[in-house]
Each structure stands twice: as C-alpha cells, then as structure tokens.
Design a binder for this molecule. Structure first.
Ligand SMILES: [Zn+2]
Length: 297
C-alpha cells in the first residue's frame, strides 16, 4: 500500500492517500511534477493552457448571465454581493419550489447562519468519466474538512474551462495512475475560483447534509473528512489567487453549515501524514478558520 511518505519528503506533490478501503488495483504514484495535458483530452489540460494577461469579468449565460469574477486582482472579487450563487437557489427564491427547501432546509445541528450555497460544477457539467466501480456513501456526517493542493502548475488561466480541464487531469491521474475508482477529493477549487465536484455523488450528498462519499485523499481520515483540493502548487513563495481563496472560504463555510462542522475542524493534509501538502495554505489555516467562522456567524 502506498503511504503518504513515499513521494512527499520534498514536497513535490499532494499525496492523495488510499481510502479506508483501498481499491484492489491501487498502486498510487504521485508524480514529482504534473504531467502535461493528457493526450486525447484536448486542449486545456494543466500545462497546456494559455495565460491571460488582462483581468476580465466573464459573463456566464449558463448561470443566468450573472457576472463572476475570474481573475485575481479584479476589484469585484471581494464584493460579497456578487459571490456566486447556484442558479437553482436563485430560481427557488423566486418560485418557492421544493428545490428551495432542498437547497436551504438542511438537517443538522442548530446554526446561526446559512451561508450562500456556492456554485459547484457537478461531474456531469464538466463531463467527468464514469466511476470505475461503486461509489461508497457513508451514512454519517463528516467531522472535518481537509485541505489539499493538487500540485498542478500555477497557471494564469482562471477560466471555467481551465477548471474543468484541471478536474479531468486530476480524475485521470487518480483513476489511471493510482487505480482508484474516481477522483480522490470531494471538491476542487480552481485558481480562478471555480468549484468542481470531484468524486461522483459528493455534491448530492453535501446538499443532503446527512452523509458523504468515501473519498481517497488522506490516509486514515477518509471516513471522517471532506477533501477539498486547491488547484496549484503552493510551496514556499507561492500565493493562492484572491479568487481561489474567497471561494475556498465560501465552500468551507457551506460544507461546515451543511454538516455541522465547527470552523475549528478545518485541517491540512500534513496534519495527518508526512507530506507538505497543502504547502503555504497550511500556514493560512488559522485565517481560513477565522474567515469561515465569520461566514457562519
Ligand atoms: Zn494532499
């Protein structure tokens, strides 16, 4: 069985760890460096994208034409009034449909506030491969969040297409190289602030609020932790883009609210194994906990 110590002493990769029930074929190998975009996946794999130079706001018709900040440094990134909201939540607010109840009325411990549900592109939206086996759903709530970085290159392409390409890259790596049933993480946050669902059914179970998918991201903790991976390599000197940070906070707050997880129960991969993952983001965990607490207050 692969262990978290095998390839991380030099901090060259997040170390996705086997599930508590490892896939039989698993011989995980975390790459020292991220491979280029995979053949057959078309343009856009990490390493094959074209940097943008001019910060822009991208209109997203698929999300009702709302504007969404996509680049670091765009002044609106910190404008909470335009923080992404799922379309069905917006529709439900108008129509009072059952979707509204599904999106808002979630069973769980009493909480002071319900953070806005962030926009998450499900596996169907980024055209994920089907799982190579059964996805296990645990019928209890997770008790913590574990943050990772994917050690992809720190691309300057902050587009939604890039986020989807990154999701494919991670899924291919975990299925083809590690031999896992699917992506190991539950969710991924791109450098442009786009959230993609990782392992199938992670979003569905998050919205349900009573169970979660057995992931494969932190050895020994997969039956209790939600794994959130940030796109990029955050070794010493690297800085996560503002958009990514803001959305990471929003996603963590929503996960905490859905499952009744205290903001203090947000950790980094290195808290549970010999790895440097998630790099400088681990140093930022106190701030992350504080900002999530603020969102929950
Ligand atoms: Zn990790």
């Amino acid at each position: 069985m692969w262990t978290a110590t095998s390839s991380t002493a030099r901090g060259t990769a997040c170390s996705p760890s086997p599930t508590t029930r490892p896939d039989p074929r698993a011989t995980p190998v975390a790459p020292a460096t991220p491979p280029p975009g995979r053949p057959g996946r078309g343009a856009g794999g990490p390493g094959s994208t074209t940097p943008r130079e001019t910060p822009t706001l991208a209109a997203e018709p698929a999300h009702g034409g709302r504007l969404r900040p996509v680049l670091e440094g765009a002044p609106v990134v910190r404008d909470l009034s335009i923080r992404p909201v799922r379309r069905r939540t917006l529709l439900a607010a108008v129509t009072g449909t059952a979707a509204a109840a599904a999106a808002v009325a979630v069973p769980g411990p009493a909480r002071a506030a319900q953070p806005v549900e962030p926009d998450i592109d499900g596996t169907a939206q980024w055209n994920a491969r089907p799982p190579d086996g059964t996805i296990s759903v645990l019928r209890h709530r997770p008790s913590m969040i574990i943050v990772h970085h994917t050690v992809s290159d720190n691309a300057q392409d902050f587009s939604r297409d890039r986020a989807h390409a990154h999701a494919h890259w991670v899924q291919d790596l975990h299925m083809d190289d590690n031999g896992w049933v699917d992506t190991g993480y539950h969710f991924l946050v791109s450098r442009g602030g786009w959230i993609t669902e990782g392992r199938h059914r992670s979003l569905e179970t998050l919205l349900g609020g009573t169970g979660f998918v057995l992931g494969s991201h932190t050895s020994g903790q997969n039956n209790r932790g939600i794994g959130i991976a940030t796109e990029g390599a955050y070794h010493d000197g690297a800085t996560p883009p503002d958009a990514q940070w803001e959305v990471l906070v929003a996603l963590c707050a929503f996960v905490c609210a859905q499952y009744g997880i205290p903001s203090a129960e947000i950790y980094g991969h290195k808290d549970f194994g010999s790895t440097l993952c998630p790099g400088v983001l681990h140093d930022m965990l106190p701030r992350l906990r504080d900002e999530v607490a603020g969102a929950l207050a």
